[in-house]
Design a protein around this ligand. Structure first.
Ligand SMILES: [Mg+2]
Length: 288
């Protein structure tokens, strides 16, 4: 049976009968937020309207995969008008609404009104390392920043700063002297922690926590829930998106605000011709 609701097909060849037929694949879309779904400067997503509509109509899970916190993602989803699964704090945890698409989620643990898969380390452990070395390495973490400072660095309104500071698994920070970064990174390894670079901050987090691991686990979860293989695509713009882009069938890089592109080293990478939400809209419309 052929269904034409989807426009990505996998051509399968049955060796015995030499019949060629199409298999309609279910799809997943992972997307970074800052500089990808949201514009770098004003956090707007207005230009993604058409693509969002197409994703909704096709019933494709749109999985925000971000360094943002759970509170921030939930507020953004409300503004966008969606209730979808999401991955927070650079792969620390995956959340999915109860009864999402009518799927049986009983294999997952409950977390408030959602189900969860947890990959990160507790915030207390992250903060212990940060507090031990912040002076020696000139780190200024979000937990030590005033709301005004966070607002200044992120461009977030004061109401949103409160949500950005509700962290569960990672500490964003800036450094006075970035030449010490390599040494600090080595030191963090000894504590089973690591440092990644996002659009505005470095992020200190658990060693095994990255967007890539969370993406692999999420794909496996959906393949189990749907009981079939899925076709995955991901959109991102920065270094911390690399592990996510490496794990999907179609990696898409969105142009940065300065006109440059993340170098993925992956052969099949597609690049948008516009930055931020306009580029996001362009690429989703092209491939969904
Ligand atoms: Mg980004």
């Amino acid at each position: 049976m052929l269904l034409f609701d989807y426009n990505i097909y996998k051509i399968m060849i049955n060796k015995e009968t030499l019949l060629c037929y199409y298999v309609v694949m279910k799809r997943l879309i992972f997307t970074d937020l800052d500089g990808t779904f949201l514009n770098h400067h004003n956090y707007a997503f207005d230009e993604s309207f058409e693509a969002l509509k197409k994703i909704k109509e096709a019933g494709i899970p749109l999985i925000f995969t971000t360094s943002k916190t759970k509170s921030e993602v939930e507020l953004l989803q409300e503004k966008v008008g969606i209730s979808e699964p999401f991955i927070v704090e650079n792969g620390a945890a995956f959340f999915i609404p109860e009864n999402y698409q009518g799927l049986d989620l009983s294999i997952l643990n409950g977390y408030e009104d959602k189900k969860i898969m947890l990959f990160g380390q507790p915030y207390s452990r992250i903060l212990n390392f940060y507090r031990l070395y912040k002076e020696e390495y000139g780190m200024l973490g979000m937990s030590d920043m005033s709301d005004a400072k966070v607002g200044e660095l992120t461009g977030l309104a004061q109401g949103s700063v409160f949500l950005a500071k509700q962290r569960d698994f990672s500490e964003p920070f800036i450094m006075k002297d970035e030449s010490k970064l390599q040494e600090l990174t080595e030191l963090a390894k000894g504590y089973e922690l690591k440092i990644t670079k996002g659009g505005r901050f470095y992020h200190l987090m658990g060693e095994l926590q990255d967007k890539g691991i969370a993406v692999i686990e999420t794909i496996e979860l959906f393949e189990r829930l749907y009981n079939e293989k899925v076709y995955s695509m991901a959109l991102g713009d920065s270094e911390n998106d690399l592990p996510m882009l490496e794990r999907v069938d179609l990696p898409i890089v969105i142009q940065k605000h300065d006109g440059s592109y993340l170098e993925t080293g992956l052969e099949k990478t597609e690049k948008s011709t516009y930055e931020g939400s306009k580029g996001w809209n362009e690429m989703v419309l092209k491939y969904v």
